[in-house]
Structures are given as C-alpha cells and as structure tokens.
Design a protein around this ligand. Structure first.
Ligand code: ADP
Length: 892
C-alpha cells in the first residue's frame, strides 16, 4: 500500500519530469494488466512459453520504471520496452497463444497505443512500421502456414482467452486515457498557475519599477537642484568642475531610470499611447531646440529638411514620437566625431486619412558593422564595444525605439557603412486631422527665434543701402530694429508708389518687399522697379518678405524674379543672413566666423527637397537610352574597363567607338570588371540621400558572378536597398529597369515591385547576332579554333539568353545581310507574342547604313511604337565585337 502511495505521489508530483512520470504510469498499469493476463493463462492452462513471456514482461515493467525514476533513462527505457513488445512479447504470445484464436490479437491493438505514448520521434515511426509489418506477417502465416501456430486451442480456451484479453485491454485503454487526461488537466492547471504567477510578478515588478523610479527621482532632483545652486555661486574652479560632473552624472542617471521604466512597461505590454492632436512643425521645433546646441558643441553641422507636403495637423502620441527622434538624433550626434547630422522629414504617402511620415537621420559618424546590424535593437546590447567603450550608453535606447514603433504600427530600418556613417529611417503612420500642407518650414529659423538671447552680431556694412517696403508701420519698425546693429543705411516706405520714387534716384543694394499691399502689391512693384526708366535700382537684389508660407510661395517668387524669400515673423539673424548673402562682399565687414555664416546660408538653400519613395538604379551596361535615363532619373553604376592605357569607367571615361578603334590592334588587351563591394556601398549610400528605398537591378549573376554577389554583399549594410538579379544583360537588363521604373511610378511598394519583376524577367527576350566569334575568342569565351571555323564557313552565330545564361543559338550562313534578315525573321516570327510598345536594337560598331538596313527589315516585319537604336556600352562591345546587334523586347 505504502509502495502504491509513493508511486502515486511520484506520478502526481509536478516537480518531476512529465515524460518520466508518464512512462512510469503507463508501464506500471500495463505491467499489472500483463500480470493478470498471465494468471488467467495459468488458470486456462495456456502454453508455458506464453506464460513465461508474460511473466517476464510483467516483472520487467517495475525494473525499467525503477531505472527511469532513479537514473532518468526515460528515452532508453521507452525504446527497450517498445523493442521487447514488438519483436518478442507480441510474436511469442501470438504464435504460442493460439494465433488468431487467442487473445494476442487484442493485445496488438493496445501495443499501438503504448508505443505511440512511450517513444518519440524517429523511433516512434520505426516501431509503428515494425508492428504493422510483423502483424501482417503473423496474419499471412496464420492463413497460409497454420501449422506454425503452436498447440491446440480449444473453442473454450479461445473464448476465455479472448474474453480475458478484451476485458484487460479494454480496462487498460480506459485507464490509460483516464490517467493521460488526469495528467493533462494537472499540467494545464499548473501552466495556468505559472502564468498567473508570471503576471503577478510582472505586476509587482512594474509597480516596483514605478515606485523605485519615483523614489530615486526624488533624491536625484534634490542633487541636481542643489548642485545647480552651487554652480550659480562664485566657487573655485575645482568645485565648479566637480559640480558640473555631478550635474552630468545626475542627468545620465535620470535618463537611465526613464529608460528602464519604459522598458519594463514595453516588456509587460503595458505601454499605453496617449494620442493627441499636434502640429508637426511645433513638435520638430521643440526637438531641434534641444539637439542643435549639442551638435554645435561637438562641432557638427546640423541640417533639417522638412518636406512641404506634410499635413499641418496630425493625431498621434507626440511625446513618444519626440522620444524616438531624440534617441536617434542623440545617437547620431554621440557616434559622430566630425561632419554632420541631418534630419529629413517626408510624407511618403497619404491613404485613407493616414499620412505615412518618414523621418530619416543621417550622420557621417563611425557607422555600424554589417554583422552588428541585426543586434542593434536588442535590449542592453551595445555593438562594436571596442570602439564605443568610451562613449556613454546602455544599449537600451534603440530597443525602446523599436518597441515603441511596434506599438505605433511604425517601423525602423538602418543603412550604414562602417567608418563612414549611418542613416536610421523611421516610418510612422499618423491620422491626418488637417490636410493643409505645412508649407515652407525653416526649422533652423524657428530654432533661432527660440534662442534669440544667444544672438551674436555677425557683420557690419555701413555703406550698404537697403530699402524696406511694407504697408504696416510696425513691421517696418521691427526690420529697422533688427538690422540696427549692422549699421546699414536703411530707408523704409509704406507703399509701392513711394518705393518707386526712392528707387528712381537711389541705387539700393537690397530691397525687402512685402507682398500684400493696397493699390500696388509687391509683385507689381518689383516688376516696375526692374523696368523703371532711368531707375537706379533696376538691378538691385529684391527679397520677398511675406507672411505667405505655402509651398507654392517660394516657386511663385522665384518665377517672378525675386532674389530671395523670407517668411514673417522673421528673426534678426534671418534678415542678416539674407543681407550677407546678397550684399557685395567688398562693403561687408565680417565680425564673426565667416565660414559659419556662409555654411548656414547654404543649408537654407537646400530646404524642402522631396525624397523619392523608391529609386530604381542599375549599371552602365544596362544600355539604356539617355532620354529614358533622364525621364525616370535612373542612376547607373559604371563597370570598369582595363586597357594598357589605364582603367576607365564604362560609359563615363571611355566610349565604345574609341575602344573599338583601340582594339583594332589585336595585341591590345582589354578586360572588364564589375564594381566591387565598396563601390556599391558608396553608390547605395549616395542614392539613399535622394530616396527612401533603392531597388538595384544587376547583370545576370550567371554572366558575371562577382557583380551580383558584391552588390548583394554591399546591400547587407542597408535595410532599404534591394538587389535584383535581372537574369539578362545589356538592354535586356535595361528593359527590366524600365519596367521597374514604371511600377515604382504606379506607386507599388518594394516587395510588390520585386514580385512583379520576377514575372517580367521571364518575358524578356535577349539575343544578339555576332559578326564573328573573334572578340569572344579574345576574351577566352570560345576557342580560337571554333572562331576560325565559323569565319571560314561565313557562319554568323546568335547568342541567346536562357535562364540567365548566354548560350549559342541558331547559326546563320551566307552574306551579312542575309544572316541579319534571317535573324530578324526568327525573332519576330510570332509577332502576336511581342509587346509592341518598345523594341531595343542594341548594336556594336554599326554604320548608319547598316542601321537603316536593319530598321527597314524590322519595319517590314512588325510595327513597334518605339524602336531604340542603342550603341552598346564598352563592356558589352569588348565581348561581342563590331558588327554585332541584338533585338531585345518584351514578350506578352
Ligand atoms: P546606447 O545607449 O549604447 O547608445 P542604443 O540602443 O541607443 O544604445 O544603441 C545601440 C548601439 O547601436 C550603440 O551602442 C552603438 O554601438 C550603435 N549605434 C546606434 N546609433 C548609432 C549611430 N548613429 N552610429 C553608429 N553606431 C550607432
């Protein structure tokens, strides 16, 4: 009884391994059943061999269970028991217990259940297969070789044996299912209990963190507050330095506590967003105010570029968005030693009242190694610790950023070149409350308005003559006061008519002109000054000074011929900057750092550039016509051409005609090479400054392995660069590029474009007919012998692109013209399958007469909307030689 109790306790003990308990339970129950079957067999006078095997099985159950409990050999025990059952116990019981006329058959059914529960994985499949095979064999032998069944089994014995077996096996199955169910329920209860405990723990951890953070914050506030007082006192340098260090450490600690609190909220899924209506311009201006100084202190340039078309009112968690941006901008400043940090904001698309705002932060700092990029967003993980060891940080920031973005339905991607710099791109969907565009938003200006107290005078120009025209007296007064320190000679008038009187006999260097004025508006007045007969200010620099901030305003004033444009309310610094930019340098005396004034002027000029959502790029060898490159603004990366005179960039530093002339001398060797990883990296980085995503289409990887491989390797550093193996070359590759541009223009996303291009690839026909194989032989692509033979037989082979590989297609004989005709015929036979919008005839070294001939043959055969005759790039020319041309088109 005691033993039974301790076994029961063991089986129900949740602290013990579930598999072991399950095994012991099943084996013990089965053991008892087998033992009872043995007793029954003895009473029925069954075969002694069967009785012995049942007895042995019944005793091995407890022994094996003991090994499982003590030694934890549960896997081995399962295999052993299954092995014994399948290969010994069941066959012996079958053959010695009357075969089909005994109870063994019913025990076989139970064995299926037992094996299914005690062995796992491959072994389970093995034993199940074995039992099926052995059972089939047993049945086969019973039918055909019944003499193998040992001993006579009377009808009475058969009934009794079967009855005992069915009752025992039935009970066994009932108990197995019941106990399995019991274990399952117990296990389930336990899991529930665990999750309750975890929740409880989370709750208490959270309340612990919030209590702790409150508790820690209070003393830190005291430390920072009192320390601030020390800093204000007249103290010794040493004390001041110590106090400054305390201040920095206190702030760092506060920051850390905030991060840990956020982290614990995010991890427990308790981060709630607080959505409010906000003006993105104001939000940005708060951030800029905070980070501008930090960048300046480190000697970094700080640029902000805000697109005009961002809605003026959005709905979302403004505070959290600020936190995300501050984190990324802080990192950019922290991990950049010299150069610049640029924040650019775009509205990628507006859909169903939602604007997808894309913030990208680019720095020229230390960059991130490709292999570290996947770990950037892991909490507490700081990458490249060797280099970063002296830079303060916890590795929490980006993990919080990522999780906050997940909660907001946004995303973050990274593009980085180690040692050169990084760009973090954040996209956040926000509800649009007011779709009026934000317009011209000079963040640098706004920021300076906030920091007016830090203004420093930059220059004086006492000889400069400046006129301000504004119908509002107080506006005139503001400009006068703001420009007072520059000592310029300032006249102010309150109407266009008065302005014209002044300009008739004064040559002003700069005129600030209001737009909306009664009677004569600023645009009209500007025109009249420019055309005033005898007027001395016809060539003056005229700046529109207006309250119109819409995106169209800048375009309007530029079109009208104004030299500049300032939005009211305007700061003294903005006025000064504009004056400095427009005044003749010989009448200006610089007081500050001249470089700085000029540099800031330049950053004003670059505002509001709209980044493309997707840029499609390719290689020089895609052989695209100039008008298509310009129409879609396609950037191409040149391959390299090695000659004995040096290395040249394909299509830029070397052109096909010259190269062919150079190759006329058979001793002149020419080799070509695809760009390497670094060239690709630099190319992608440049493209990403004008686009949020890059889809780069490369030459078939089966033609030149290294090109596609290096492009893909370089793309690992950029989350926003996708490389596509075109599977073609020359204008065949070009056709895929054109299709990609068309899809991007239609507004498809990158994954959509990629999947479409996969289908289009298969529809492109790329083939060439070559005059001779001489050039292919020179680049070792075919043997000299074959080339010679072809020439002797006046054979002109075609090269056809199939599954990304270039192979020799049909061969045409006879005159050049005849071969051409047959080649063109063979391409355009089934004209129904050809997409008639565009045909490329890409050639190497053909004369105008040749081209006309080819055009005529094509036009007789099919009519295309456009036929582009393209001189192939030097790289293609080197490999095919003059007299080559190909028809490249899209099949329907
Ligand atoms: P930390 O507190 O260490 O800055 P973050 O989670 O903000 O933690 O960043 C994780 C790691 O990512 C940093 O330790 C740093 O190695 C790297 N990192 C983040 N931003 C940049 C960047 N702009 N340039 C280079 N490395 C960066």
């Amino acid at each position: 009884m005691k033993l039974f109790k301790s076994i029961k306790n063991y089986i129900l003990d949740p602290a013990k391994d579930f598999k072991e308990r399950n095994f012991v339970l099943l084996t013990m129950v089965a053991g008892i059943a087998v033992f009872l079957a043995m007793i029954a067999d003895i009473l029925l006078g069954e075969n002694i061999v069967e009785i012995i095997i049942l007895g042995a099985t019944a005793t091995s159950g407890p022994i094996v269970s003991w090994l499982v409990i003590k030694k934890h050999w549960v896997r081995q025990a399962g295999i052993f028991m299954a092995f014994m059952t399948v290969f010994f116990v069941l066959p012996i019981a079958f053959f010695f217990g009357g075969g089909l006329y005994g109870g063994a058959v019913i025990w076989i059914a139970f064995a299926f259940l037992y094996i299914g529960l005690i062995v796992e994985g491959g072994w389970r499949r093995f034993f199940l297969l074995a039992i099926v095979v052995i059972t089939s064999v047993e049945f086969y032998l019973t039918f055909y070789k019944s003499y193998l069944i040992i001993g006579p089994h009377t009808k009475r014995m058969m009934f009794m044996d079967t009855l005992v077996a069915i009752i025992l096996v039935g009970l066994l199955i009932y108990m197995t299912v019941m106990t399995q169910n019991m274990l399952f329920i117990a296990q389930n209860e336990q899991a529930k209990e665990y999750s309750k405990q975890v929740e409880e723990l989370n709750r208490s951890q959270n309340s612990f963190f919030s209590n702790m953070s409150h508790e820690i914050r209070t003393p830190i506030n005291t430390i920072i507050g009192l320390n601030e007082m020390i800093l204000r006192e007249e103290v010794s340098d040493e004390v001041a330095e110590d106090a400054a260090n305390i201040q920095a450490a206190g702030k760092m600690l506060l920051h850390l506590i905030n991060d840990i609190l956020d982290m614990s909220k995010l991890e427990s899924g308790q981060m709630q967003l607080t959505n409010v209506a906000y003006n993105p311009g104001n939000m940005l201006s708060d951030i800029v105010g905070m980070l501008w100084l930090r960048a300046k202190d480190k000697g970094l340039e700080f640029h902000i570029d805000v697109a005009h078309d961002i809605p003026s009112e959005l709905y979302g968690d403004e505070i959290r968005i600020k936190q995300i941006l501050i984190n990324i901008l802080n990192n950019a400043i922290k991990y950049t030693g010299q150069g610049s940090v640029t924040l650019s904001i775009q509205c990628e698309k507006k859909e169903d009242g939602i604007a997808y705002i894309v913030y990208s932060v680019t720095d020229t700092g230390m960059g991130i190694k490709k292999e570290d990029i996947p770990y950037l967003f892991t909490a507490f993980k700081r990458v490249d610790e060797g280099t970063n060891r002296h830079i303060e940080g916890t590795g929490l920031g980006l993990s919080i950023v990522k999780q906050l973005l997940d909660v907001m339905g946004g995303s973050i991607t990274v593009n980085s070149i180690y040692t050169k710099g990084s760009t973090f791109v954040v996209s956040i969907p926000q509800k649009i409350l007011n779709d009026k565009e934000i317009g011209e938003l000079d963040m640098e200006e706004r920021h300076k308005l906030n920091r007016r107290e830090e203004y420093k005078k930059r220059f004086e120009a006492p000889d400069a003559k400046v006129l301000v025209v504004d119908d509002n007296g107080s506006n005139l007064l503001v400009v006068q006061k703001l420009l007072r320190d520059t000592k310029v000679q300032l006249d102010s008038v309150s109407s266009g008519a008065e302005a014209l009187k002044k300009t008739l006999d004064t040559e002003y260097h700069v005129i600030f002109m209001d737009h909306l004025m009664p009677e004569m508006d600023g645009i009209e007045c500007h025109k009249r000054i420019r055309t005033q007969t005898g007027g001395l200010s016809r060539n003056s620099k005229i700046v529109a000074l207006t309250a119109n901030a819409g995106p169209e305003s800048r375009i309007l004033y530029e079109k009208e011929g104004f030299n500049g444009y300032l939005v009211k309310p305007v700061s003294g610094e903005a006025l000064e900057r504009e004056l400095y930019r427009l005044l003749p340098k010989d009448i200006v005396m610089s007081l500050g750092d001249e470089e700085e004034v000029i540099e800031e002027t330049m950053s004003w000029m670059g505002l509001g550039n709209k980044k493309k959502s997707i840029a499609i790029t390719s290689e020089s060898i895609a052989d695209l016509p100039r008008e298509i490159i310009e129409r879609y603004d396609i950037a191409t990366l040149p391959h390299r051409v090695y000659t004995e005179n040096g290395v040249f960039k394909d299509g830029i530093e070397i052109e096909t005609k010259g190269l062919l002339a150079y190759m006329e001398n058979k001793d002149n060797k020419v080799e070509t090479e695809a760009p390497g990883v670094e060239e690709h990296e630099a190319f992608f980085a440049k493209q990403l400054s004008g686009a949020n995503n890059v889809v780069h289409i490369v030459l078939s990887s089966k033609v030149t392995k290294s090109g596609c491989r290096d492009a893909m390797e370089a793309a690992r550093a950029f989350d926003n660069v996708t490389v596509i193996d075109s599977g073609h070359l020359s204008s065949g590759q070009g056709l895929l590029v054109i299709e990609a541009c068309r899809l991007a223009e239609e507004g498809l996303t990158v994954p959509e474009i990629v999947s479409e291009l996969e289908k289009i690839k298969r529809k492109i026909h790329t083939s060439f007919i070559v005059d001779s194989l001489e050039f292919l032989a020179r680049s070792n692509q075919v043997s000299d012998k074959i080339s010679g033979l072809m020439k002797a037989f006046m054979a002109r082979p075609t090269l056809v692109m199939k599954n990304g590989k270039m192979g020799v297609g049909r061969i045409f004989f006879g005159t050049r013209e005849n071969a051409w005709k047959h080649y063109i015929d063979s391409c355009l036979t089934d004209s129904d399958i050809t997409d008639k919008r565009m045909l490329f005839v890409t050639y190497v070294g053909l004369t105008k007469r040749d081209i006309d001939k080819i055009r005529k043959i094509i036009e007789e055969k099919a009519s295309f909307e456009v036929i582009h005759f393209m001189q192939a790039s030097p790289v293609i020319a080197v490999n095919c030689g003059p007299g080559t041309f190909g028809l490249l088109y899209l099949k329907k």
